[in-house]
Design a protein. Structure first.
Length: 311
């Protein structure tokens, strides 16, 4: 083959491969294909909702996709099986990808959630009314890394984490008001009010979810966007991550569970008191009986002595 033809063939193969590369870099749980105009369109697994692959996918669509994705580290779920766990359910999403204010499971049990999909009310039936989707405007992230011979430099930890959150998750710096490091614990604050967030801004809820999955080595990004957390060339191995969600309005849990707990404690205390009184009663009764026997014996001996002295 002539050199000119070989170069031309290589160019054609390269162009063809580039044209066939239709995938979503920021969400591996999608199915992508070219439309009639040659544009690559990607839809979320489970909901078939079209997603914008230039940014993060909403947490609601991601959790819904998880229900339809078999994780190689888990056994396949039974078709009618479910867990009584608020963190695992098949969510209902709005057309724009956010959680619907009311969520229900297959047993017609319903509850109200915040924008993070976290339950914020007691559970009820299908008649439960959730008037609004309350916004989560503050996310408190706490991590603990594996102990080392010497701690990292606090300024380097803050710089690396702030850079990761900004570059990898597209979150503007103004929404990251605080990053603290006190060996071996790390604290990250994400704050974002509805009035601050523009249309193109990613939501802190989605950022926290992507970040948590990266930390737990179950990334949502495609394999070409690997996660590497290191400080000054040393890997930071996170052993624990806790995420707290704070809403614009306080949760609406009733006092039922607290009342039940207090009632149970009160019953135990009352039973203990009754048992103690009963035991004390028998002890006193037993001792009293002994005293009565001794007294009767003494009186009998005295009477016998008097009788022997009589003429």
């Amino acid at each position: 083959m002539e050199p000119e033809n070989a170069v031309l063939l290589l160019m054609l193969v390269t162009v063809s491969a580039a044209q066939n590369d239709c995938s979503c870099l920021n969400n591996k749980r999608t199915h992508c294909d070219f439309d009639t105009s040659g544009k690559c369109l990607c839809r979320s697994v489970g909901s078939n909702h079209q997603v914008d692959c230039s940014t993060l996918t909403s947490k609601c669509l991601l959790k819904k996709a998880e229900m339809f994705t078999v994780d190689s580290k888990r056994f396949p779920k039974p078709s009618h099986g479910y867990l009584d766990n608020d963190g695992i359910y098949d969510p209902d999403c709005e057309d724009n990808g956010v959680f619907k204010a009311r969520q229900c499971n297959q047993t017609d049990t319903c509850w109200c959630v915040n924008t993070a999909g976290i339950r914020r009310t007691e559970k009820g039936d299908r008649n439960l009314i959730c008037n609004e989707l309350v916004r989560t405007n503050w996310i408190f992230i706490e991590m603990k890394h594996r102990e080392m011979n010497a701690p990292f430099a606090a300024s380097e930890v803050e710089t690396i984490l702030r850079q990761i959150v900004q570059d990898r998750y597209y979150l503007r710096s103004e929404y990251i008001p605080l990053i603290e490091y006190q060996y071996p614990y790390i604290h990250i604050d994400l704050k974002q009010n509805a009035t601050q967030k523009s249309y193109r801004d990613v939501d802190i809820v989605d950022v926290a979810y992507y970040f948590e999955r990266d930390i737990k080595h179950n990334s949502i990004f495609s394999s070409s966007k690997a996660f590497n957390l290191s400080v000054n060339g040393l890997p930071m191995e996170v052993e624990e991550i806790l995420i707290y969600y704070v809403d614009e309005k306080p949760p609406e849990f009733s006092m039922k569970r607290l009342t039940a707990g207090v009632s149970a404690v009160a019953v135990v205390i009352v039973l203990a008191i009754i048992l103690g009184i009963t035991v004390l009663f028998f002890i006193i009764r037993r001792r009293t009986g002994k005293y009565e026997k001794v007294e009767m014996k003494g009186m009998g001996e005295m009477r016998r002595g008097q009788n022997s002295q009589l003429p």
